[in-house]
Design a protein. Sequence first.
Length: 286
Amino acid sequence: MADNDTKKPSLVEELIESGIHFGQRTSGWNPKMGRYIYGKRNGIHIIDIKETIKGLLLAKKFISRTVAGGKDVCFVGTKRQARPILVERVGGVQMHHATERWLGGTLTNFRTIRSRLKRLEELEAIEANDNFESYSKKMESMLRREMRKIKRNLDGIRNMSKQPGALVIVDIRRELNALAEAKKLGIPTIGLIDTDGDPDLVDIPIPGNDDSMRAIDLIVRELCAAIVEGKQGRTQKAEKTEGGEAAGGGEGRRRSSRSQYSADSPAPINTEPVAAGEKPAEPVNK
């Protein structure tokens, strides 16, 4: 029976099957992506799958450390192919996502965004209480329209109470406003970048096809797996800290400042931009 079991494909095989190595037409490429391009075929650039793997593993490691350190991750993908994937997979690991529209000031003016989310909670409470029966038909229509609009734009970040530790972008050419806000606040960024994108706009580029639903789903799946791993590490550290306090009583409070980053208290995560590779290859010719 075991001999008839289908062997699970490797990550490399899954990436190739998803078509993640198919870039854009050679006429519309960004020369900065040259170091990630393997070659060209039928007028289309072929992305080096080894560079995709390198960027993905680097992103997974960083996300796992970020989440384990107590910070959350926000995914941004407003293109049609990315929306259902982010809602399902990112929502499944209880992280934040923006899939309809990036509202200006989502990060830089978060107080205003929180006020809109508070308004959404008020409207939902009214609906739950009497289903707007105490209002006129015209007012009910206006309130329901307002509630739908806020929910459509902000529902994915309604539980984001603080600045995220990282921003994951699907198609950076489409999400320039989100990238600009993250850069202003010093939030590290990870991006799925096609051959027409600029890898210098993000800290950790993952070169790959950002139009294929299968490719997007595979990348998001792997990053969400890193989030789950980071959450497990976060739980283990919390349990370890509680156990140490119970065993040592107040002794921990008498430690010197030199030992503040001991094994029981992890060092801060480095949020400096991370290079995608040690030694870029020569760009392909136009």
